[in-house]
Design a protein around this ligand. Sequence first.
Ligand code: FES
Length: 360
Amino acid sequence: MAQHDDGVTTPDSGAAGSPVGSTVALSSESGTGVVPLDSVENPGFPPHNPRQTNLDPKKDKNAERQVTFLFFLSIIGSVFALAAYMVFPIVPGDFGSIRENNLFLGLGITLGLLGIGLGAVHWAKQLMREDESVEYRHGTRGTEETRAKAVEVFELGDQESGFGRRTLIRNSLIGALVLTPVPAVALFRGLAPDTDPTALLNHTMWKKGVKLTHDPTGVPIKASDVTLGSAFHVIPEGLNQRSDALEQKAKAAVLLMRLQPEDLHVTKGRETWNYEGIIAYSQICTHVGCPVALYEQQTHHLLCPCHQSQFDMTHEARVIFGPARRPLPQLPITIDSEGYLIARSDFHEPVGPDYWERHV
Ligand code: FES
């Protein structure tokens, strides 16, 4: 049994096989309490197995070398990452440079972190002291003397600074402290986009007469190319020539597929939005904007790989599973005089996460 500062007596639970299925007396100034303890017998610690590094100095030395090696590996990784940052800079518009930069920087950082992590774990497990110990909790309240001393220090500080007495200074200081963070609000406001993002997201590159083209080549698609059961990734004609091609693609990407016209359930007003069973829907998931690209030919379901939302393409991409809350927007399409698929208009609703619906 152990006696603690706060008067609580507990059994020595660290000792193997100590019986604790009993009660313990809690003494305090106000009386005596009886606290029932856990009725499960304390199994104690398992027998101690000394490590190989404790028994054999050669193994100890080996472990030391391994830990050192891992830390050196980490150093090499970090230096490599630094060098990669300079040797493989990101060139705007060059995707190859982004790939190389990310790859080599990532490899270096990975090596740097992994080396430290593995080295630290190996060090702790093989070389650091491995004593088992028990630390009892104890009351955190200070003694009366300590508490009185703390109050005295506060009062002395108050007297010396005049904080309580000089109310004008005190109040102006409080005012200054409250207002100090306010400029930060203005700074954070400056991080917001210049233009209203709602307006940007309400419209895409699609408009009447824009050809549907293959992603990424930009080759126009004829209705006759779209066979039953096939699915195409589509971008608007002219997208590749734009300087903001990536931003535009993030909104305008479309998935095109052909179903049997009789399989389509078309609501009133949308009768002309498909062309002989060829339908085009936004590829941007209405949950949080991942590209929805897994098309299941047999069921005509479209799956978003991020959080598994599923859309039924026979029912105007309505949500049949997952966290998305609204169907994928449909792009109305038809063909031109040469048989190429063209848009009839832009989407009739914003694409992407339905957060933006609030602003429509
Ligand atoms: S982004 Fe598609 S389900 Fe979450």
